[in-house]
Ligand binder design. Structure first.
Ligand SMILES: *Cc1c(COP(=O)(O)O)cnc(C)c1O
Length: 430
């Protein structure tokens, strides 16, 4: 597999290099040079396969001969060790539940596959530092995916006080090769710090820097697979009228969905759903890219005003000669999010703020004869505080969370500036 840097098309790398580097020169994102596509008969055959076998075929179509099929399948089986069921909510709308992994969020798919790929492409004696910024869920998924792995040190930045206490417990209590830093700023500040670190060649070399957030290509490719898994679970007659609504922050999930469509998966239309951090919906409405300051919302994993995967979305539309005007979009306020959660509960489906946003726009925009799917990106119990308050009930904690609530937080605190972070990274080497 060859990939090019979106900021400099002359910089081309292999899949292995892209996995190791994360970003290219000038913080450019890597994008596949070839966009594979399946014939519709191949798609039908794929949809008949089991999740792991099908996913291996899909990933193989992208990655090519850099990994042997048997080796890849083994790695995929290790990463995707939990299901992605489709749960019906109404006659014409269902939720693709992506939260049955160890950290109860869809990021387990990308995080665990990335960990497998990084282990595969790295030398056994290579010291790697994973540095990633999280608005909540990426951190947990990455921490758990790499926890206990030899030669990998994981450093996770998150905005202090801006992620849910339970989320914090899930990944800031592990210790060992996992280091967590509460940054005195917002998620964009954390993301900016990570980018600065990647621009620092000396630092990069000294600690073997690697990123594991949604910019790493392996994460995106992994996410393509569950869109196929969703369609495989739908009855034939619904497959051709499919509209998928994606709760979006950094737009990795939407990019993966669009890549699935590019491969040939029958999806009529996508809806890019955001909260009040609506840079993309405003851009799609008036063609002007004007990020505002990030605001805190109930759906905090989507509190991103400069979504870092957006250039990939634009590149894909350009390469496929699709029209951005065909992309559905919308932004949902916290008030409407709460109303959507109550509406869903009334239909017998308990959900959390992120998925509720996608549901809300889907039910508003779905047309007669269409079938709608919204992505359930996190387990409702992961946002227990707000879900309980909004629905006036008390959700039981799943074991993955219950086991961690009483453990002490092990995070360090740093200001939102680069020098202290740099010193931390260099000093506390294992
Ligand atoms: C990360 C996250 C999102 C946003 O996904 P992106 O790929 O960044 O757009 C949505 N919901 C939840 C629960 C998340 O953790």
């Amino acid at each position: 597999m060859k990939l090019y840097n979106l900021k400099d098309h002359n910089e081309q790398v292999s899949f292995a290099q892209a996995v190791k580097q994360g970003l290219g020169q000038q913080q450019g994102l890597f994008f596949p040079l070839e966009l594979p596509a399946f014939e519709s008969t191949d798609i039908d055959a794929l949809l008949e396969m089991d999740f792991v076998s099908r996913s291996s075929k899909i990933l193989s179509a992208f990655i090519g001969d850099e990994i042997e099929p048997a080796q890849l399948q083994q790695r995929v089986a290790a990463a995707f060790a939990f299901p992605a069921p489709v749960a019906a909510v109404t006659d014409d709308i269902a939720c693709l539940e992506l939260f049955h992994g160890p950290t109860l969020a869809f990021k387990d798919f990308g995080g665990r596959f990335m960990a497998q790929m990084l282990a595969f492409v790295s030398g056994a004696d290579e010291q790697i530092t994973i540095l990633t910024a999280t608005s909540g869920d990426t951190g947990a998924a990455v921490a758990h995916a790499f926890y206990g792995m030899d030669n990998v040190r994981v450093v996770i930045l998150y905005p202090q006080g801006k992620i849910s206490p339970l989320q914090e417990k899930l990944f800031c209590t592990l210790g060992g090769n996992i280091q967590t830093i509460a940054v005195e700023g917002d998620f964009d500040d954390c993301q900016a710090l990570v980018k600065q670190a990647f621009d620092d060649e000396a630092l990069k070399q000294a600690i073997g820097l690697n990123s594991a957030n949604s910019i790493n290509i392996s994460r995106l490719l992994a996410q393509v697979c569950y869109y196929f898994e969703a369609v495989a679970q739908l009855p034939q007659e619904k497959r051709n009228q499919l509209v998928i609504s994606v709760p979006s922050g950094n737009f990795g999930d939407l990019t993966a969905g669009l890549l699935a469509k590019a491969l040939g998966l029958p999806v009529k239309r996508f809806i890019a759903a955001t909260n009040a951090n609506d840079t993309v919906p405003r851009f799609l409405a008036d063609g002007e890219w004007r990020p505002h300051r990030t605001v805190a919302t109930l759906s905090n994993a989507m509190d991103v005003s400069q979504p870092n995967n957006w250039p990939r979305v634009e590149e894909l539309f350009r390469r496929k000669t699709w029209r951005l005007s065909d992309l559905g979009f919308g932004a949902v306020t916290d008030e409407a999010t709460q109303a959507a959660m109550r509406e869903l509960a009334g239909l017998g489906y308990v959900s959390e703020p992120h998925a509720a946003i996608a549901w809300r726009l889907l039910r508003d925009q779905l047309q007669d004869g269409e079938y709608g799917l919204f992505l359930g990106t996190a387990h409702p119990a992961k946002f227990k505080e707000s879900v309980d308050a909004i629905l006036g009930q008390s959700l039981p904690l799943p074991a993955a969370l219950a086991d961690r609530v009483d453990l002490p937080l092990l995070s360090d605190t740093l200001p939102a500036s680069f020098a202290p972070l740099r010193a931390f990274l260099l000093q506390q080497q294992q």
